[in-house]
Design a protein around this ligand. Structure first.
Ligand SMILES: Nc1ncnc2c1ncn2[C@@H]1O[C@H](COP(=O)(O)OP(=O)(O)OP(=O)(O)O)[C@@H](O)[C@H]1O
Ligand SMILES: [Mg+2]
Length: 256
């Protein structure tokens, strides 16, 4: 107990030192440091510099809204910095062709990505155990696209809802533990379903487990002729900020 308390105190001390050094750096710096660039001007602007370390950021929205695009672009950006990416692709959305469109030549990007491709919820569970073994200081980000698809399928065929929810909760807490220990960001995506009480809103698959587990929530919507990213939750940025964007061959760009 004492040891645990001591550990916590040391971490708190370290983090206040980090904040102090960050503050002094920021005095001479126009951009907010300490955030991890997302590879797209859209999310960098929305998140004032990028993903926060030590937290899970979740992007959610309907099929085709751009979730996987943002994941691929973030992976490309991280590899450019010399760090590696763990990418869990649970729905086969990881497209080498799309990577080529974004990067021109995706060889270097592919070398920097450790790809896990679970096809059932129990495989996703094993993939998460594997992440623990794969974690080194070389890993700059963990991306899970999507965390909820295999969970949703499992819910459809299995009546043990309690156990399935418990497993999703465990996976989120495992990601939280890893990102806090490694001081890296985690990017997760999830699907949505119709909200019959409030028709202009959607509900996210994974519900409260994901909402509470994520310190940053971004909703993507497809509009007629455009797309929008809306900040729904953040520790230090006002909620409700939004940016319209479009998807093009080379990536994702802000609409004028
Ligand atoms: N080269 C490209 N140029 C323009 N748009 C593209 C290009 N490649 C993909 N898109 C568009 O990206 C959208 C799909 O984005 P993405 O795969 O990121 O969606 P998603 O939210 O991950 O969907 P899902 O939930 O089905 O996985 C489609 O509208 C598609 O037309
Ligand atoms: Mg996708």
């Amino acid at each position: 107990m004492n040891e645990i308390k001591k550990d916590t105190e040391i971490n708190a001390q370290e983090s206040s030192e980090n904040i102090a050094s960050l503050d002094s750096k920021q005095k001479n710096c126009t951009s907010i440091s300490g955030r991890i660039p997302t590879g797209s001007e859209v999310l960098d602007k929305l998140l004032k510099g990028g993903f926060e370390k030590e937290t899970i950021s979740t992007i959610y929205g309907p099929s085709g809204c751009g979730k996987t695009n943002f994941c691929l672009i973030s992976a490309v950006e991280m590899v450019k910095t010399g760090k590696k990416v763990i990418f869990v692709d649970s729905e086969g959305g990881f497209s080498i062709e799309r990577l080529k469109q974004i990067t021109g030549d995706c060889k270097e990007t592919l070398n920097g990505i450790i790809l896990l491709k679970p096809t059932r919820f129990d495989e996703q569970k094993r993939a998460f155990q594997k992440i623990k073994q794969l974690i080194t200081d070389d890993i700059g980000i963990i991306i899970v696209d999507t965390i909820s698809m295999l969970y949703r399928l499992e819910l459809g065929k299995n009546e043990e809802i309690y156990n399935i929810n418990r497993e999703l909760g465990l996976q989120i807490s495992q990601l939280t533990e890893i990102c806090r220990k490694q001081k890296i960001p985690v990017l997760v995506t999830t699907q949505v379903y119709a909200n019959f009480e409030e028709k202009d809103q959607v509900k996210i698959v994974g519900g409260d487990i994901l909402k509470y587990g994520s310190k940053c929530l971004i909703e993507l919507r497809k509009l007629r002729g455009s797309r929008v990213a809306i900040l729904k939750k953040h520790r230090s940025i006002k909620e409700g900020e939004e940016i319209k964007f479009r998807i093009e061959n080379e990536g994702v760009f802000e609409n004028d």
